[in-house]
Design a binder for this molecule. Structure first.
Ligand SMILES: Nc1ncnc2c1ncn2[C@@H]1O[C@H](COP(=O)(O)OP(=O)(O)O)[C@@H](O)[C@H]1O
Ligand SMILES: [Mg+2]
Length: 295
């Protein structure tokens, strides 16, 4: 049966395509019951590889059901037809994704980037506190609502953390995500705590927000890893960033996993506590924060 017919019977009027996912389309629709527009990810199980069906799709569905936060895209309903089509009905990111937004509007002023980054970091805190790692954080997976608030989406690579008998997180070896956003340990296939790799990706995202550029050239991944491991981050002088903003980027893009910040430290960083109108720190946090181990 045609998607429009299936969805029509459930009270959705199908509209335009919003994006092409790796294993299906995302379309917008109007929902009679909710009296609002929604986004529907449509996956045809007959056209997807086995490992996606057995590993990634169940994880995505579990994450969507478990994670509820104002800065995470809401899931309204998930259903499957006997013909093997899965429909994931979600809150609509009316203003599209962060990549398109940056392409149109260019680099953000720090005060705007701060609000967006704060929302994103609090969504990640919710994931990490719920024992999930996102593992595919990138601008294309960060959506914007009608008021340009951040809505984190695409949990297709997310993973709930497994622990050993002593409660320690079992390290992950799978490569996930895009090379340009991936931490050096992920690119090198070194087993790691996937939450730490999410923090690195946050650094790439923050850099992209304030410069409208990617921090590393991923056309040669070996070269890129070597630059990342030397902790060499280009801070173009064309844009005058505050010391606090550069300091946060520098710490997020810390190649040494044991020294990288955890999400609680990110949220306490002084840059996130600068008062937009006065430029003063609302709460004083020491510039040089201790690297408390929290993993
Ligand atoms: N809830 C949504 N609202 C608006 N656009 C969306 C929504 N979900 C996905 N999209 C669009 O569809 C694209 C692909 O969806 P995504 O869930 O990221 O699939 P994939 O796992 O294949 O990357 C996104 O990059 C985005 O542009
Ligand atoms: Mg995606």
């Amino acid at each position: 049966m045609d998607d429009a017919v299936v969805l029509g019977k459930k009270g959705y009027s199908l509209s335009k395509t919003l994006g092409e996912g790796s294993y299906g389309k995302v379309k917008s629709a109007y929902c009679d019951r909710l009296k609002r527009n929604v986004a529907i990810k449509i996956i045809d199980k007959r056209k997807t590889p086995q490992d996606f069906l057995e590993r990634f799709l169940p994880r995505e569905i579990e994450a969507l059901k478990r994670l509820q936060h104002p800065s995470i895209i809401k899931t309204y309903e998930i259903f499957e037809t006997s013909a093997g089509k899965v429909y994931i009905v979600m809150e609509l990111g009316e203003k599209g994704d962060l990549l398109d937004y940056i392409k149109i509007t260019g680099a953000m002023k720090e005060d705007i980037a701060r609000i967006k980054f704060q929302q994103l970091a609090s969504a990640i805190k919710h994931c990490h506190d719920s024992d999930f790692a996102h593992r595919d954080l990138k601008c294309e997976n960060i959506l914007l609502d009608v008021d340009l608030n951040i809505k984190l989406s695409d949990f297709g690579f997310s993973k709930s953390l497994s622990r050993d008998e002593n409660g320690k997180t079992i390290l992950s070896k799978t490569f996930c995500g895009s090379a340009a956003y991936a931490a050096p340990e992920v690119l090198q296939g070194i087993p790691c705590d996937p939450r730490a790799s999410d923090i690195w990706s946050l650094g790439v995202i923050l850099y992209t927000m304030v410069y409208a550029l990617m921090p590393f050239d991923d056309s040669n991944v070996r070269n890129m890893i070597s630059i990342q491991k030397q902790h060499r981050i280009p801070f173009p002088s064309s844009k005058n960033l505050t010391v606090e903003c550069k300091d946060l980027i520098y710490r997020l893009l810390q190649p040494n996993v044991s020294q990288r910040m955890c999400i609680d430290e990110v949220l306490k960083h002084s840059w996130l506590h600068i008062n937009a109108s006065t430029g003063d720190l609302r709460v004083h946090f020491p510039r040089r924060q201790a690297h408390t181990a929290c993993r």
